[in-house]
Design a protein around this ligand. Structure first.
Ligand SMILES: C[S@@+](CC[C@H](N)C(=O)[O-])C[C@H]1O[C@@H](n2cnc3c(N)ncnc32)[C@H](O)[C@@H]1O
Length: 262
């Protein structure tokens, strides 16, 4: 099977053509359903019920192509879509095995409502296929700042201070609340997609769930963030995207990758 390529087509139909048990991780950031009202790709369904049925179909195909010890990460959206996503999570976790619910803390609020607190997070449902999963907890650590390291080093209970310093400098294990600032219009990374995810966030998901050489599949590639993350981390990847203009953005991004993020 050819990897490191973008398939121009419909996620459901293209996933159906892939063999089973090939992907170590699925990273899916699907249309939200009527959140980006100016985007034709987000307003394709007449009703929420139609949207949920469609999601069940592509998720079933994603789980089919997943390896037994693989993980599927499925993005939700903050604000308006949460209500629909809660229904989706309920349905999907009755059909597949729940593994975790990650909160992506976008660090900055999204000013879309006056009648409640400002939304700041997105949910990422994680599902597994088998009982045992590949998960490298060491791959995603959050650094302590210098002041915290100095304070912790004053703790007299530790005798081997070199070992203690090395332990602290490695950082702490990430929690399932991942704080990664969302992309602003002026972000260097931004390349023309209205819902582009930060590469730092996607790299965390790829790094914890796969080893070098493993295959990551993204059924809704958009601007190519998953491909760029996989490429950076020496993973294989396949991305599916329906819109030719976004494919062009991804291709340009991948070609320029070494300069884009420096
Ligand atoms: C939320 S965006 C993904 C953004 C991506 N994670 C990024 O960082 O750029 C969803 C994408 O799905 C694509 N899409 C919508 N319906 C699709 C379908 N049936 N098959 C494949 N792609 C589709 C849209 O064109 C859009 O680019």
């Amino acid at each position: 099977m050819k990897t490191n390529r973008i398939i121009h087509g419909d996620a459901l139909k293209e996933l159906q053509k892939l063999p089973e048990y090939v992907a170590q991780a699925i990273i899916a950031d699907p249309p939200y359903f009527n959140v980006l009202e100016d985007e034709a790709w987000d307003t394709q369904w007449k009703t929420a019920a139609d949207y949920l049925t469609w999601c069940e179909a592509w998720v079933a195909e994603s789980m089919r192509v997943l390896r037994d010890d693989g993980l599927a990460f499925i993005f939700g959206q903050l604000g308006k879509r949460e209500h629909t996503f809660i229904h989706l999570m309920s349905r999907l976790t009755q059909q597949h095995q729940f593994h975790d619910l990650i909160i992506w803390d976008r660090a900055v609020g999204y000013d879309e409502r006056r009648d409640s607190f400002t939304p700041q997070y997105e949910m990422v449902l994680v599902m597994r296929k088998g009982e045992k999963v590949k998960f490298n907890k060491d791959a995603v650590r959050i650094p302590y700042d210098a002041k915290t390291i100095e304070t912790y080093l004053k703790d007299k209970r530790y005798k081997d201070m070199d070992a203690r310093r090395a332990h602290l400098e490695a950082g702490k294990f990430a929690t399932n609340i991942l704080r990664v600032p969302s992309l602003k219009g002026i972000s260097k990374e931004k390349c023309g997609h209205p819902s582009q995810k930060p590469i730092d966030l996607i790299e965390k998901l790829v790094a914890c769930s796969t080893d070098a050489g493993d295959l990551v599949i993204d059924p809704f590639l958009g601007s190519g963030t998953t491909a760029a993350a996989a490429k950076n981390l020496n993973r294989q990847w396949i991305g599916i995207e329906k819109d030719a203009a976004y494919i062009q953005i991804s291709e340009q991004r991948l070609a320029a990758q070494s300069t884009l993020f420096n």
